[in-house]
Design a protein around this ligand. Structure first.
Ligand code: FAD
Length: 375
């Protein structure tokens, strides 16, 4: 049997208590009308006040050490909290990327000054982050990014365009992946670097890309000779590929990769609309919960989880889409429940993105196959 996946973990009484606390808080918030449970809220539910109320309870920056303003708790504790937030359909998009991937990347690769500058504000729910990887001609094949970093006195000048940048119009910063040495066809992953770009810097232009329903979620972020001082280089010049791969592990392995449409499954069950297929999806969900929590445990021990994260994402995002389709089928002839139909419509709208964002399923299957030595 392959060791592709870390071994499953049992939930301790302390974790169960934490889970119950988060659930009780969320029930209160729903009852008080702070939010209405929705689908895909980790990317589309922007609610800075709710983010700050999570911060007040110590549920942001959980894995950040106390010396940087964080709570020094485990990845498993963070897993429990995030799983409950997502299962409740809570609006967590404001802080999601900062808490999920910017913070661990800063801890792993950042300088002392960078950690002090950003981590306390991430923990306080005041600093939002975006992802500066994709470009107009560069998505799956990130090594082909064309954003250039040129050495100048005291730092680097970045020129290029990032695209599909979720929430950049709300974010304070992103890590921009840029080419700092010419592309060598024999070593395509060499010569890449990551920079912290504060999005209010001169030369940054954030242009909205409207979705088909008119919503403003995506952006194109144009960098026109943006000066990044040396102190905002993250990690090592030339090591951008290894850094971005590590960041993607945090991005791909969490419960947001199988719970984006959980509210629909809960709504179907709650209204007695489920069928045998619903039961089958709940079984898939149970397996994904085990796998994703096992990855959280492995992150705790600084293990390489890139292939395990790919497994979670391939299986989890397929389930999210299947749930949207099932709910659509089971409710299409029922005009008597407009609230549920509206929830279904939003899930169906977001569905195409589930298997694309964070790396497409086709590409991730290749990652898994390579790990197994299949190609
Ligand atoms: C909702 C959403 C939010 C996003 N947010 C962000 C963000 O905040 N920041 C950011 O940087 N990016 C973001 N993205 C972009 C996302 O990461 C890319 O869409 C994704 O990586 C695919 O890249 P692409 O769109 O350029 O498609 P391409 O890479 O052009 O792929 C096109 C098709 O070819 C297939 N393909 C490509 N290469 C291979 C291969 N080697 N083997 C098999 N098939 C292959 C793909 O699976 C896909 O079906 C977001 C995307 C979505 C949908």
């Amino acid at each position: 049997m392959t060791t592709l996946l870390p071994p499953p973990l049992a939930e301790t009484p302390a974790l169960a208590r934490l889970r119950a606390d988060v659930r009780a808080f969320l029930d209160e918030q729903i009852a008080a009308g702070v939010f209405t449970p929705d689908v895909d809220t980790w990317l589309n539910g922007f609610h800075p006040d709710f983010t700050r109320s999570l911060a007040e309870r110590g549920w942001l920056g959980m894995t950040i050490p106390a010396e940087y303003g964080g709570h020094g708790r485990s990845f498993l504790e963070r897993f429990v909290v995030t799983e409950e937030l997502l299962a409740a359909g809570a609006p967590v998009a404001a802080h999601w990327i900062a808490d999920r991937q910017a913070a661990p990347s800063l801890l792993k690769y950042g300088t002392e000054e960078q950690k002090q500058r950003y981590l306390p504000r991430i923990t306080a729910g005041e600093l939002f982050w975006a992802i500066g990887m994709s470009e107009p001609d560069s998505g799956s094949d990130l090594a082909s990014v064309r954003t250039r970093g040129e050495r100048v006195e005291g730092g680097w000048r970045l020129t290029g365009t990032k695209v599909w940048t979720s929430g950049a119009h709300h974010a304070h910063a992103f890590f921009a992946l840029a080419r700092t040495a010419p592309l060598d066809p024999q070593h395509r992953h060499a010569g890449l670097s990551q920079f912290i770009v504060e999005l209010d810097s001169p030369g940054v232009e954030i242009r909205p890309i409207r979705s088909m329903n008119g919503a403003h979620h995506f952006n194109e972020v144009h960098l026109e000779g943006v000066f990044v001082p040396d102190e905002l280089v993250i990690g090592t010049i030339g090591d951008g590929w290894a850094q971005v791969t590590s960041e993607l592990s945090y991005e791909r392995s969490g419960p947001e990769r199988f719970l984006s449409t959980y509210r629909l499954l809960a709504a179907l069950a709650g209204r007695g609309l489920g069928d045998a297929e619903t039961g089958a999806y709940v079984a898939r969900l149970a397996g994904l919960h085990q796998m994703s929590s096992a990855v959280a445990g492995a992150l705790e021990h600084h293990q390489d989880v890139s292939s395990a994260a790919a497994v979670v994402k391939v299986l989890g995002t397929a389930l999210e889409g299947d749930v949207a389709d099932l709910a659509d089928r089971l409710t299409e002839d029922d005009p008597g429940d407009p609230e549920l139909r509206a929830l279904v419509a939003r899930a169906v709208f977001h569905r195409p993105g589930f298997t694309l964002r964070g790396g497409t399923s086709e590409v991730l299957r290749g990652v898994i196959a390579r790990e197994l030595g299949l190609r």
